[in-house]
Design a protein around this ligand. Structure first.
Ligand code: CIR
Length: 252
């Protein structure tokens, strides 16, 4: 199952590091979102949709609101205060599907900081995710048989803004943003594109890998390693500091 959330009319007002120029366009974003959903479905996900929340321009970045470990959900407390109330509706929907727990103040954590590779959970700390957020997730994940490790990404919003998994033993990363030494014991592949977001790819249940259409060199490199690449255009979300993974919560 992949949970997605609609793009709000107010999407152009979402939180961004730099004001997008030209302004974000909700019509473009929605058509890219539709294509993204189709790619998830074609790759084997059953897609569950939650309607957009017009009070929360960032609500389509649903990944940040929940972390799934061994089929159970930990609802987050997003690092940006304007995003905290996105969580309730996600929790309600997930609660109808799986076991759900919540995270308490002062913990903050964005799902974009949580990278699962095999039985290890890597957590980006120091940005939207604080130590207490890390600790809460560590207890939750270790109780479910996972090893948990902190990583300090540099100059990016989230850990997964610059590092994701290609399979259970391979990490794709942008070398200036994430130190490969953090992934001891795994095969580390560096994305050849200058943009950290090129390293944000999404694994499909059928083994395919969704890659942003904005990063053809990374797509080629992954293809050369033998993965089946599925390009999807998410430019409008890149301009809002988002990438492929942030648009869904995957329950495997
Ligand atoms: C934010 O700043 O929170 C959103 N504009 C972008 C969130 C992207 N989330 C993600 O990559 N997991």
């Amino acid at each position: 199952v992949a949970l997605v959330r609609g793009v709000a009319d107010g999407f152009p007002r979402c939180v961004t590091e730099h004001p997008p120029d030209p302004p974000l366009d909700v019509v473009t974003a929605r058509s890219q979102h539709d294509a993204y959903v189709l790619a998830l479905q074609s790759g084997g996900f059953t897609v569950v949709r939650i309607p957009a929340d017009e009070d929360h321009p960032d609500c389509c970045f649903v990944e940040d609101t929940a972390v799934i470990v061994a089929g159970d959900a930990l609802l987050t407390r997003p690092g940006h205060p304007s995003r905290r109330r996105e969580v309730a509706a996600v929790g309600d929907r997930l609660g109808s599907l799986i076991h759900v727990e919540a995270m308490a103040s002062p913990a903050t954590l964005d799902g974009g900081d949580v990278l699962h590779v095999g039985s290890t959970v890597y957590v980006g700390v120091g940005g939207r995710t604080n130590r207490a957020g890390y600790d809460t997730l560590a207890v939750f994940a270790e109780a479910r048989g996972r090893r948990v490790r902190a990583v300090r990404p540099r100059g990016v919003l989230h850990l997964k803004s610059a590092a994701t998994a290609l399979d259970d033993s391979t990490v794709l990363l942008h070398r200036d943003s994430v130190d490969g030494a953090a992934f001891d014991g795994l095969r580390v592949v560096e994305s050849p594109d200058g943009d950290p977001a090129a390293a944000n790819v999404l694994r499909l249940p059928d083994g395919g890998v969704v890659v942003s259409a904005a990063h053809p060199r990374t797509a080629e490199a992954i293809d050369a390693l033998g993965y089946r690449v599925v390009p999807v255009d998410v430019d409008e979300f890149h301009r809002a500091d988002g990438a492929l993974t942030c648009l869904s919560v995957r329950i495997r």
